[in-house]
Design a protein around this ligand. Structure first.
Ligand code: UGA
Length: 448
């Protein structure tokens, strides 16, 4: 009989963890501090968008319980996963106040219990928390680091079919207890000390970000030299030492994890007296990449004052309604500052966008968003945009210009459909003869 589990934090990681363990047969008590969130979950509504999650929670309803009370978690379970947010502070370090609150709210525990840290925390956090537990006479509360490697949009698959499970423990028995929970999952288990487990998580995300910034710089050089980055990335990726994943150029990495974890690792290194030069460059390249679309727009449209630009895709990536650090949030204010009229469309994130995208005219259909527009910019590679280059869209636009920030479309097909098309790191369309971009008349030759 699978043992009962606790999950502290009903956010995206917590709900995915709870739903997947419930599906493996565990009874799971999920605790959150937000009454509205618990009320929604109790009423059968899942307050985040992750493909398949609502169905999985519904299917395992009998094994899932939601509560505001931390005591209920430990009354039912011996092992509790900590899945609370660790957002960046203004200096880039991780804010650990939610993690500390979990410790502060631990009820009196007569028997041994284990806290399993899934939240991403700086290296050394486990050691500090171990010390705090010990100094509060809570030596019988075990601590295990078990970082999550879930990506938004594919989280359920990533949980059930992970590349690896990482378990860092102070006490081997605690590590064994957590490892046993993953037995039904077919993946290598990496047993480590706590600090190394914490570092595996941060270093993995920092490496992924480095790969993206690297291919983005290659993409920019391809534009200057006439090479095609898709062909280049394909050729590089076949080398098993490089690998083909995370070599898609675009408008920079974003979301709630990569930017935060790269900064946190850089800060952590800095605080320990080491200047992590490579990560400084990775971050800078990423910031500049988000702004590259502006150059492509002005190249074709000249000044943007009075021009209508449609931002297609607002979420930071497809299959999520997460807008955290999304390129759309950088691009929209830049366009507005240049005097453009900005429209926005997204198949799932419109409601979230409404709350934060001031001055952007949000439209619920794609056709509506591009009607009368001078340019359409693909910011998120939603499937709905794959057939964007159709006559209906071309005829609706004032100027049929597509800037594809994700290389979602095939250049030849789009151009054959009558669009001017720019993407990232691939050959660009000839410039349209707009007044702002016309070549000046050549000087008349002097008669000698
Ligand atoms: C990332 C990691 O992929 C997960 O392994 C990790 O668990 C998670 O962070 C986390 O720490 O919680 P996520 O942020 O959901 O997951 O999204 P990714 O799919 O990694 O994409 C991150 C960003 O990189 C997106 O903006 C995406 O558009 C961009 N990206 C990704 C590229 O620009 N090029 C690529 O080739 C791949």
């Amino acid at each position: 009989m699978p043992e009962p589990l606790g999950v502290i934090g009903a956010g995206w990681v917590g709900l995915v963890t709870a739903a997947c363990f419930a599906d493996l047969g565990h009874d799971v008590v999920v605790r959150d501090v937000a009454p509205e969130r618990i009320a929604e979950l109790e009423a059968g509504r899942v307050p985040i968008y992750e493909p398949g999650l609502a169905e999985l929670i519904d299917r395992n309803r009998d094994r899932l319980r939601f509560t505001l009370d931390p005591e209920e978690v430990f009354a039912a379970a011996r092992i509790a996963f900590v899945c609370v947010p660790t957002p960046p502070t203004y200096t880039g370090e991780a804010d650990l106040s939610a993690v500390e609150r979990v410790l502060d709210e631990l009820p009196e525990l007569a028997e041994r219990a284990i806290l399993v840290m899934k939240s991403t925390v700086p290296v050394g956090t486990g050691e500090r928390l171990r010390f705090r537990l010990d100094s509060r006479s809570l030596a019988h509360v075990g601590y295990v680091s078990n970082p999550e490697f879930l990506a938004e949009g594919t989280a359920l698959r990533d949980f059930i079919h992970p590349d690896r499970v990482v378990i860092g423990a102070f006490d081997e028995t605690d590590g064994n207890a957590v490892a046993a929970l993953y037995e039904p999952i077919d993946a290598p288990v990496v047993r480590a000390d706590v600090a190394s487990a914490e570092m595996i998580k941060l270093a993995s995300n920092a490496f992924l970000a480095t790969k993206i910034s690297f291919i983005n710089e290659i993409s920019n050089v391809c534009e200057e030299t006439g090479a095609d980055v898709s062909v280049v990335a394909g050729g590089m990726g076949l080398d098993r030492r490089i690998g083909s994943l995370f070599l898609r150029p675009g408008i920079g990495y974003s979301g709630s994890c990569l930017p935060k974890d790269v900064s946190a690792l850089k800060q952590l290194a800095g605080n320990s007296g080491y200047h992590f030069q490579l990560l400084t460059a990775v971050i800078e390249v990423n910031e500049l990449q988000k702004r590259r679309v502006m150059g492509k727009l002005t190249k074709h449209l000249g000044g943007l004052r009075g021009k209508t630009i449609a931002i297609l895709g607002l979420a930071f990536k497809p299959n999520t309604n997460d807008l955290r650090d999304a390129p759309s949030l950088i691009l929209a204010p830049r366009l507005l500052a240049e005097g453009a009229e900005v429209r926005g469309w997204d198949p799932v994130a419109l409601e979230e966008a409404r709350a934060i995208m001031r001055g952007v005219d949000l439209r619920s259909t794609l056709l509506d968003a591009v009607t009368g527009a001078d340019a359409a910019v693909i910011v998120t590679e939603w499937d709905e945009l794959r057939d964007l280059a159709k006559p209906e869209i071309r005829d609706a636009m004032r100027n049929p210009l597509i800037i594809d920030g994700r290389n979602l479309l095939d250049p030849d097909t789009v151009r054959a459909a009558g669009f001017t098309y720019e993407s990232m790191g691939r050959a660009s369309s000839d410039l349209r003869a707009l007044p702002e971009t016309e070549e000046p008349d050549p000087e008349p030759e002097l008669q000698t």
